[in-house]
Ligand binder design. Structure first.
Ligand code: 13P
Length: 258
């Protein structure tokens, strides 16, 4: 079945000012305007909270969507410093990244916390991009599959996945920001494992419909081969999404049909 591809930019903690954020998105917009972006690809920009509304406004004349990089699992109350899924929804945000490795490793986010976040994000009709991935140590210990399956089991517990309401991103931790891309073949193997797991947890129709992205040092030079694989439906792009020309080229190169 053909799934509409998604390229999601994750700007992480960048850039440092609104002016730079507007400059970056304007350059990307100009670059993308020059190409005939196929109707088979969606683009979303996952930004620091403080830029969401500003960049949403800059993109109002485009098809591109906006996402956050995190949210809290409570909707309101005494939770200093947090942002709720309801606030995101009420601000017109479409996507939210959940369980990114940097949140897991630097901010102690467990699968249980991610599960609670997923539940509230779905309740508010936002589209979560749920990240899973193994560390180098886990890969070297030969337990990649076990890790991915337990991340899925625990973060998807009691969650109703329809195939259209959750996006999964496979991001091997050792490939994030390191320049070491997982081979397209190996990434596809894990994306296929994820799809099979969704079929087990739900059913084959949910598994077939679900978008599964690859993330980890994705560049314009690697995307084509990745996108040609049967079970990779797009990319979650960090560093390369901060360089306008490189990101535009990456989007161009991602458009080859399977
Ligand atoms: P890089 O593309 O910089 O490796 O980051 C990947 C990532 O973490 C996207 O969420």
């Amino acid at each position: 079945m053909s799934r509409k591809k998604l390229i999601a930019a994750n700007w992480k903690l960048n850039p440092s000012s609104k002016e730079e954020a507007v400059d970056l998105i304007s350059s990307i917009k100009i670059g993308l305007n020059k190409i005939d972006l196929s109707s088979e690809i969606n683009l979303t920009f996952c930004l620091p909270f403080i830029y969401l509304e500003l960049i949403k406004n800059s993109l109002k004349d485009t098809q591109f969507k906006i996402g956050a990089q995190n949210c809290y699992f409570e909707e309101k109350g005494a939770f200093t410093g947090e942002i709720s899924a309801l606030m995101l929804k009420n601000s017109g945000i479409d996507y939210v990244i959940l369980g990114h490795n940097e949140r897991r490793s630097l901010f102690n986010e467990s699968n249980e916390i991610i599960n609670k976040k997923l539940s509230v994000v779905l309740k508010n009709n936002l589209l979560p991009i749920l990240c899973v991935g193994e560390t180098l140590k886990e890969k070297e210990a030969g337990i990649t599959e076990e890790i991915i399956l337990s991340q899925l089991n625990e973060s998807l517990a009691y969650i109703n996945c329809t195939g259209e309401n959750i996006i999964i991103a496979y991001e091997p931790v050792w490939a994030i920001g390191t320049g070491k891309t997982c081979s397209a073949e190996d990434a596809n193997t894990i994306c296929k494992l994820i799809r099979n797991k969704l079929a087990d947890l739900y059913n084959s129709s949910v598994a077939e419909k679900t978008l599964i992205l690859y993330g980890g040092s994705v560049k314009s030079s690697t995307i084509k081969e990745q996108m040609e694989k049967t079970d990779i439906d797009g990319a979650l792009v960090g560093g390369a999404s901060l360089i306008a020309d490189e990101f535009v080229q990456l989007v161009i190169n991602s458009q080859n049909k399977k």
